[in-house]
Ligand binder design. Structure first.
Ligand SMILES: C[C@@](CO)(OP(=O)(O)O)[C@H](O)COP(=O)(O)OP(=O)(O)OC[C@H]1O[C@@H](n2ccc(N)nc2=O)[C@H](O)[C@@H]1O
Ligand SMILES: Nc1ncnc2c1ncn2[C@@H]1O[C@H](COP(=O)(O)OP(=O)(O)O)[C@@H](O)[C@H]1O
Length: 288
């Protein structure tokens, strides 16, 4: 019987502008997202029913019951062959890099492969979480609407360091603390030739959720200062509703050295390095 392994990469909001609010309370966003080569790993084995086991360095506090987005996602395919799913949690939860959303998207890819059916799509996927559609096919994209309107964007690989100070930040609380719900959209996205062009453009964009997140969790300001002070850091910004922040660097070697320096200075913080961009190939279900 086929067993599948599926990678769930971290999502990074390189820029995140909040441009309005719908009547149901959801906010309208204009965001540029890319994916990191670090993430969670799912294994799906054929079984009579659906079940989930969660392990890994970041599994503490992650639910194993029906509230886990992995089980909610797998259940979307309806009655039929089940799966014993093993989630190896490497991304900190509730941290602005879409761990739960990317896990849900990976579960959708894995179940489709296991049952040999078409990948789930549409409103049911958005209902799992506004970030799930963008994680289904983890390539750089501009996301609009509440996150479900996707336009692919060609991006050069962006060497990066991701840092989380191990403080969980509630996404609804950050949106609620946002002073202005109506802010300018991103500037038109030009064709980037190299990482430096992209970083220069990004420096003129924003994450509108950063100020309210810093107000709720002031340690985020320390993370941003620590990233900015690392040798070769060209831009430091928060992802999503936080608290994970990213620094962009001119080379993979600079990012790797910077992460080592930061990890030594702040052993209590979670950190990782890698080039942000297209992780679609790495995230495709693989037969084990
Ligand atoms: C802020 C973002 C940016 O990419 O990322 P994260 O910080 O979660 O990584 C996302 O919009 C989060 O998406 P996701 O975490 O899937 O959101 P959902 O589960 O659908 O919604 C959680 C809550 O966030 C708020 N929410 C979410 C999305 C949106 N466009 N407007 C909102 O106001 C609502 O209060 C909602 O009840
Ligand atoms: N597979 C999962 N991984 C992490 N958290 C999950 C998962 N499924 C459900 N959750 C719940 O979702 C909440 C938000 O987690 P997450 O999706 O990682 O946030 P964010 O999108 O802000 O990074 C967590 O507090 C956790 O209780």
């Amino acid at each position: 019987m086929s067993q599948f392994e599926v990678f769930a990469p971290a999502k990074v909001n390189l820029a995140l502008h909040v441009t309005g609010q719908r009547e149901d309370g959801y906010h309208l966003l204009d965001s540029l997202v890319a994916f990191a080569p670090v993430g969670d790993m799912l294994q799906l084995s054929p079984a009579e029913s659906l079940s989930l086991k969660v392990t890994g360095p970041e599994s503490r506090g992650v639910p194993e019951g029906p509230e886990n987005l992995v089980l909610k996602a797998a259940a979307l395919y309806g009655p039929g062959p089940g799966a014993a799913i093993h989630l190896d949690k490497c991304l900190p939860a509730a941290s602005g890099i879409g761990g739960g959303s990317s896990d849900a998207a990976a579960a959708l890819r894995g179940m489709a492969a296991l049952r040999d059916v078409a990948l789930a799509s549409g409103a049911a996927v958005v209902k799992l979480g506004a970030d799930v559609p963008m994680c289904l096919d983890p390539r750089p994209a501009r996301t609009e609407g509440i996150g479900e309107e996707l336009t692919p964007v060609a991006l050069p690989p962006l060497p990066a360091v991701l840092v989380n100070p191990r403080v969980e930040v509630s996404t609804p609380a950050v949106f609620k603390a946002l002073a202005s719900k109506t802010n300018p959209a991103m500037e038109p996205i030009p064709a980037f030739v190299e990482a430096a062009d992209c970083i220069a453009w990004l420096a003129r964009q924003r994450n509108d959720l950063q100020p309210p997140a810093v107000a709720l969790a002031p340690v985020i300001a320390e993370v941003l200062a620590a990233l900015s002070a690392l040798p070769g850091c060209k831009l430091a910004r928060m992802s999503g509703s936080g608290a994970t922040c990213f620094g962009l660097f001119e080379s993979d070697a600079a990012a790797e050295a910077a992460q080592a320096q930061l990890a030594a200075a702040q052993p209590g913080w979670w950190s990782a390095h890698g080039a942000l961009g297209d992780q679609a190939a790495k995230a495709a279900p693989r037969l084990r």
